[in-house]
Design a protein around this ligand. Structure first.
Ligand code: AMP
Ligand code: MN
Ligand code: MN
Ligand code: MN
Length: 280
């Protein structure tokens, strides 16, 4: 496996620094790595420097939180110009939205008798529910991150706050403005019926979205095959990404992903700067 086009660092809710992520990816045999932190490009400079030193290709990326028909979806932007004004201005706004959302979550937690969650605002990077979940665990309000999400932070739970994210089409437009390819991330994780998933993918394609994340960690061959068919049907390319957040508590690792099914056009074939380095 040479490509891993979806990973996180401490600049959002991952546990590794950009440098450590690059080392980890190199160890796993990844040759083309995209760093795609939530709503920030902050880690790209350090990741790029580390990748150059290690002799692997670093693709500048971001994972933008967005809304489609009232639900949150994630749009990965690949091979973006991370100095683009349109993109940077809008990501700055999303950072404000994220911080305000933590305040709303803290108010809801206080109503549950849990005070002090505002402390997570000390996180220097893109702050989100993962940081609140970890804070809840550290302070003895949940046994694990998963339990913290389930009990307090997922949709329907008492401290759930949906983000005021942009519309999916807007997120795609920002990525295009920055010269990147947009990818509908982890399509099976939205827990949609087959029909609803097709509607989401059709809407993404209509918004000029470019690719579908066909291969991601934890999918079986059947699921990957179905996603590849959907990509083909809606004329989308296929992407490959682990969504690695760190060695613990996640079990996914960078790389280690299967190849895209035959017939699925890889996203890097349309973006020449994403071509695999030929290591001699
Ligand atoms: P946010 O962008 O603040 O809404 O947080 C979303 C992030 O929380 C995702 O990218 C995951 O890293 C993490 N996450 C979402 N749901 C869960 C869950 N049930 N258990 C653990 N982590 C989760
Ligand atoms: Mn995350
Ligand atoms: Mn995501
Ligand atoms: Mn992700």
């Amino acid at each position: 496996m040479y490509y891993d086009l979806h990973t996180h660092t401490v600049c959002s809710d991952g546990t590794l620094t950009p440098e450590a992520l690059v080392s980890c990816a190199v160890e796993a045999g990844v040759e083309v790595l995209a760093l795609t932190d939530h709503d920030t490009v902050e880690g790209l400079g350090a990741a790029r420097a580390a990748a150059t030193q290690a002799g692997i290709n670093l693709v500048a990326g971001v994972e933008i939180s967005a809304i489609w028909e009232g639900m949150t979806v994630h749009i990965v932007g690949l091979d973006i110009d991370d100095k683009n004004d349109v993109l940077l201005g809008n990501l700055a706004r999303l950072q404000d939205i994220r911080r305000e959302r933590i305040q709303d979550i803290a108010v809801l937690l206080a109503r549950q008798g849990i005070d002090g969650a505002l402390a997570v605002l000390a996180h220097a990077g893109s702050v989100g529910r993962t940081h609140v979940a970890d804070w809840l665990v550290i302070h003895g309000h949940a046994r694990s991150r998963t339990v913290a999400f389930k009990r307090f932070l997922t949709r329907g739970a008492p401290a759930y706050v949906g983000g005021r994210w942009p519309d999916m089409a807007e997120a795609v437009a920002w990525i295009r403005a920055a010269g990147g390819c947009s990818v509908l991330a982890h399509p099976t994780r939205y827990r949609l019926s087959g029909g609803r998933l097709r509607q989401l993918i059709a809407a993404f394609a209509e918004s000029a979205g470019g690719a579908l994340e066909v291969v991601s960690a934890g999918l079986d061959a059947g699921e990957i095959g179905r996603l590849a068919e959907l990509a083909l049907r809606y004329d989308l390319q296929g992407s490959v990404g682990s969504d690695f957040h760190g060695p613990v508590p996640w079990r996914t690792h960078p790389g280690g992903l299967v190849d895209l099914p035959v017939g699925c056009v890889p996203v890097w074939q349309r973006c020449s700067r994403m071509q695999r380095l030929v290591v001699s």
